[in-house]
Design a binder for this molecule. Structure first.
Ligand SMILES: Nc1ncnc2c1ncn2[C@@H]1O[C@H](COP(=O)(O)OP(=O)(O)O)[C@@H](O)[C@H]1O
Ligand SMILES: [Mg+2]
Length: 343
C-alpha cells in the first residue's frame, strides 16, 4: 500500500529523494503524520511465545497518529518483545499486527523505513565518532550524503551534542548516548518513534533533558510509542497507555482516567517503623476505602488524606511519618496486581 493520496510535506529529505532512485523512506509514515487516519499501530491478539513462556499474551491495542502511547509495566511484562514485533525484528507467534497499515513480517523494509527505533540498550557504533554515527546510520537507509550532512548537524543540535560531534562515543555520558541514539533514530524523519525504556539508568537531570527533547518531537506531530517501568515517565510523556503484566494488558486509558478508575483521589502514606507496619494494617482498615501494606509503609486510599490522618491520630495511633499525596499510576498498578512496579 502506497501513500498515494497523501501528499508528503516537502522537506529536504523528500526534495532530495525525488531526484533519487530509492523509494522515499518516510512515505508511508508521513501519510499518517499528515492527516491520513490509518492507525499507526493495530495489534489484535498479538502473541509471542518462547518455549513455555507466553511473553506477550494476546494483547490488542491501537495507536492513533500523533498520539504519545505508553506501555507501562514491570521488568518481564513483555514490553520489549512487543516493541521488537512492531519494529519487525521479532516474529510473532500469532495474532495480527499492522504498522501504518502494513504487516511488518511482509513489508519489513517499508515498515522499518517508516519507524525510528530506540532500543532498550544503546547500540551505537563505538568505532565511529558522534557525528559519523548519524551519517553512517543514514547510509544504511540509502540516504545520500547531500541530505545526511546537513541533517546530521540539525540532529546534533536537537540532541544538544553539537560540541561533541567529533568525540568518541565512549566519551559520552549515559544521557548523551541516549540522546544520540534518539537523534540517530530520527535520521530518516520517521513519523513514528519507538522508545524502549528511554531513560532507564539516567540521573534525574539527564531524564528531564531527554523528556524535553521528546516533548519537542511530540509537538512536531511525531507519534511516540514509549515503554517504561517508571510511572512518572508514563505520566509525563503518555497521552494514553496500556498497563502490562505477565504479557497481558491489565488496564488501558489516559493516566488521569486510570487513576480515577482504579484509585482514590488521595493517598495517605504512614510509617510506623518496619516492625509495626504490617501489624497495624487490620486496625487501619476502617480509615480508608482500601489499604496496601508495603514493607516500609502502609498506604491508605481515601478521597481526603488529611481527614484520614486526623482520625488516625485522634484514635491514638501515632505514625513516625505521614504524607498525603495524590494518587499516581504506581497506585493503579498496585491496585491491579498487588505488587509495586519497581521491585
Ligand atoms: N529471546 C528470548 N528468549 C526467551 N525468553 C525471552 C526472550 N526475550 C524475552 N524473553 C522473556 O520474555 C519475557 C518478557 O520479556 P521482555 O519483553 O523483555 O519484558 P520487558 O521489556 O517488559 O521487561 C521475560 O520473561 C523474558 O525473560
Ligand atoms: Mg524491556
Amino acid at each position: 500500500m502506497a501513500a498515494d493520496d497523501a501528499t508528503p510535506v516537502s522537506s529536504p529529505l523528500t526534495a532530495c529523494l525525488q531526484e533519487s532512485p530509492i523509494r522515499p523512506a518516510t512515505e508511508i509514515g508521513r501519510a499518517c503524520r499528515y492527516g491520513d487516519l490509518v492507525p499507526v499501530i493495530e495489534a489484535r491478539e498479538l502473541t509471542k511465545v518462547y518455549g513455555d513462556l507466553r511473553a506477550v499474551d494476546a494483547i490488542s491495542f491501537e495507536v492513533a497518529p500523533g498520539e504519545s502511547f505508553g506501555l507501562l509495566g514491570p521488568n518481564g511484562a513483555g514490553k520489549s518483545t512487543t516493541m521488537r514485533m512492531i519494529g519487525g525484528t521479532s516474529l510473532r507467534t500469532s495474532g495480527t499486527l499492522l504498522v501504518n497499515g502494513l504487516d511488518p513480517e511482509i513489508h519489513g523494509p517499508e515498515v522499518r523505513a517508516s519507524l525510528g527505533v530506540v532500543p532498550q540498550t544503546d547500540n551505537l557504533d563505538t568505532e565511529l565518532r558522534v557525528r559519523d554515527n548519524l551519517i553512517m546510520y543514514g547510509r544504511y537507509f540509502g540516504l545520500p550524503y547531500s541530505y545526511l550532512r546537513p541533517k546530521a548537524e540539525e540532529l546534533l543540535e536537537f540532541a544538544q551534542l553539537t560540541e561533541k560531534a567529533t568525540e568518541k562515543v565512549d566519551n559520552l555520558s549515559g544521557g548523551m548516548k541516549r540522546r544520540l541514539t534518539i537523534a540517530r533514530a530520527l535520521v530518516n524523519e520517521p513519523a513514528v518513534l519507538l522508545l524502549d525504556e528511554p531513560t532507564t539508568g539516567l540521573d534525574p537531570q539527564a531524564r528531564h533533558i531527554l523528556w524535553d527533547r521528546l516533548f519537542r518531537l511530540k509537538e512536531e506531530g511525531v507519534t511516540l510509542i514509549v515503554t517504561t517501568h517508571f510511572m512518572d515517565e508514563a505520566e509525563q510523556l503518555c497521552d494514553r497507555l496500556i498497563v502490562m503484566d505477565h504479557g497481558s494488558i491489565v488496564a488501558e486509558g489516559s493516566p488521569a482516567a486510570l487513576i480515577r478508575q482504579y484509585s482514590t483521589r488521595e493517598v495517605l502514606e504512614l510509617r510506623f517503623g518496619s516492625d509495626r507496619n504490617a501489624a497495624l494494617v487490620d486496625q487501619l482498615r476502617g480509615y480508608a476505602d482500601s489499604i496496601e501494606a508495603l514493607p516500609d509503609r502502609v498506604l491508605l486510599y481515601t478521597g481526603d488524606g488529611e481527614a484520614a490522618l486526623a482520625h488516625v491520630r485522634a484514635d491514638g495511633l501515632d505514625p513516625v511519618t505521614s504524607l498525603v499525596r495524590r494518587s499516581s499510576l504506581e497506585d493503579v498498578f498496585l491496585r491491579l496486581t498487588g505488587r509495586s512496579l519497581i521491585d
